[in-house]
Design a protein around this ligand. Sequence first.
Ligand code: SF4
Ligand code: SF4
Ligand code: FES
Length: 261
Amino acid sequence: MSAEINTSSPPSSAPPTYPINYTFKIFRGNDKTGEFVDYEVPIDEGMVVLDAILSIQENQDTELAVRWNCKSGRCGSCGMEVNGMPKLACMTRLSDFDPKIPITVTPMKTFPILKDLVSDVSWNYEVNKTIQPFSPDEDSDFIYQQEDIERSREFRKCIECFLCQDVCHVLREHDKKDSFGGPRFFVRSAALHFHPEDTADRSEWLKEGQGGIGHCNITRCCTDVCPEHISITDNAIIPQKEYVVDNYYSILGWIKKQFNK
Ligand code: SF4
Ligand code: SF4
Ligand code: FES
């Protein structure tokens, strides 16, 4: 799959007169075969990429496949690539693009293509099952303070759009799906790990299991694309790398592991 990739550029300072015709180069096909098809769409003020795709579906090509639900950046269903960048189609404003340059829209590259703009993201749900669930101490009488929940709250903002998984080169370029969980699941394990009542030790999952956090070389691409602005690298990945080092390589961690055998 290849197409001319254009960098978006801001519109000129003169107020535009709507509607404006934009050209979209949209991938049509599946994992085995496909092509780019051009569509011209009249765009009104405030429209987003998903509006343009739904207009094509309604007026030009009823068989164009796209997954979406909320149209408000909450459900995480409409992840795709716009000019080669992972984006939520419902949150990507067309006023940020130059109407004179065609906009390329493709499915997320990291996952198998089911049809047109719809990727098969089911591998992610399988990864989720490998993470040890929340394990509170049943006898705990922990009293919550606000500061106790602040840290894990950030991670619970995740809408499972999988844009971070799509952009991560360990999955995208190296296809390490057998030994790497990806940034979304470092966020998930961080949400559990930083919960003040959780007692589970997920260092083995992180180091030797499906987590495979050692593959991550902290490029921060995942953080850059997250629509929820979760500091994936600094707040989820780096502290869990440190946790693995403490548990495996410090003397205290080694002794703890011997007792837990
Ligand atoms: S920081 Fe790590 S997990 Fe995030 S994109 Fe880079 S390699 Fe992937
Ligand atoms: S961490 Fe951010 S980019 Fe990744 S799945 Fe969650 S919301 Fe999407
Ligand atoms: S349609 Fe729900 S996030 Fe875009």
